[in-house]
Design a protein around this ligand. Structure first.
Ligand code: GDD
Length: 243
């Protein structure tokens, strides 16, 4: 069992062979006490085998192999239950492609001292993106405006995927009810955290476009997000009317 102040960084992977070793090395250098859990969905490019090699070389690196690509949300849910069962006190989400800077992890963890969930935010003062194509920036900014309007939440980067949870936060969120598969998983968990009356803080981050491989963003992921966010907004407004 790990101590309450122990940190695990969960990295979901699908075809990230060219990126994984560097990001794991950078995490271990930025916070040497942190553990890393790679959750691989049977990547055809051999990412899972590479993760096994990294785990064999470092006792703080672990791998969860899943049988097929089942979405970012499902991968994180599997990673969360693995981490909670082993007693980690802080659980971090991070992309494998180097978009999230491991060197900014100490700032996220520091903010977790006064919040229940910390989101690394691109769209607040001090936050920025580097080398992102214009259409991706427009999509992300638009998605966050849409989310804020539909849900009436005070967050500027609810879709951001660089974040740190206290273990107690995850324990309170009824994760067994979460069915968000794609990137709307991020909004889903932020919304659940706020609705549970917990504190969400945003800290500025620099998001850097990946050097290798490609994004797994798809029309299906965008559609799921639009429909789910609209549905949650209607649900919450109806609930407010009934009160
Ligand atoms: N295991 C697993 N991993 C996945 C899957 N889909 C994506 N991933 C992994 O999840 C991470 C993010 O996926 P990308 O495809 O690189 O995302 P992006 O387009 O750069 O994502 C941006 O938008 C997301 C949604 O808002 C954000 O979550 C993310 O932080 C970033 O801002 C990567 O490590 C990728 O390999 C999946 O089905 N299974």
């Amino acid at each position: 069992m790990n101590s309450p102040d122990s940190v695990i960084v969960i990295i979901p992977t699908f075809n990230e062979r060219e990126n994984l070793a560097l990001v794991v090395t950078r995490v271990r250098a930025a916070v040497p006490s942190a553990h890393v859990l790679v959750v691989d969905d049977n990547s055809p490019d051999g990412t899972g085998e590479l993760a096994d090699e990294l785990a064999a070389a470092d006792e703080r690196v672990h791998v969860l192999h899943r049988t097929s690509k089942d979405g970012l949300g499902a991968a994180y849910l599997a990673g969360f239950s693995w981490a909670l069962a082993r007693g980690f006190g802080a659980v971090v989400e991070m992309d494998a492609d180097g978009s999230h800077q491991p060197e900014q992890l100490p700032a996220l963890l520091e903010a977790l001292g006064r919040a229940d969930l910390v989101i690394g935010a691109r769209w607040i003062p001090g936050g920025r993106v580097e080398n992102w194509p214009r259409h991706r920036e427009a999509l992300s900014r638009g998605a966050n405006i849409y989310t804020r309007l539909m849900l009436g939440i005070p967050l500027h980067d609810a879709t951001g995927g660089y974040r740190a949870f206290r273990r107690e936060t995850l324990e309170k969120l009824d994760l067994q009810d979460v069915d968000s598969r794609g990137y709307c998983f991020q909004v889903d968990l932020a919304l659940r955290t706020l609705r549970a009356g917990l504190r969400v803080a945003e800290v500025p981050i620099t998001f850097v476009e990946r050097m290798h491989g490609s994004s797994k963003m798809s029309q299906g992921v965008i559609l799921e997000s639009m429909v789910k966010v609209a549905r949650w907004g209607v649900r919450d407004r109806l609930a407010a009317l009934r009160r």
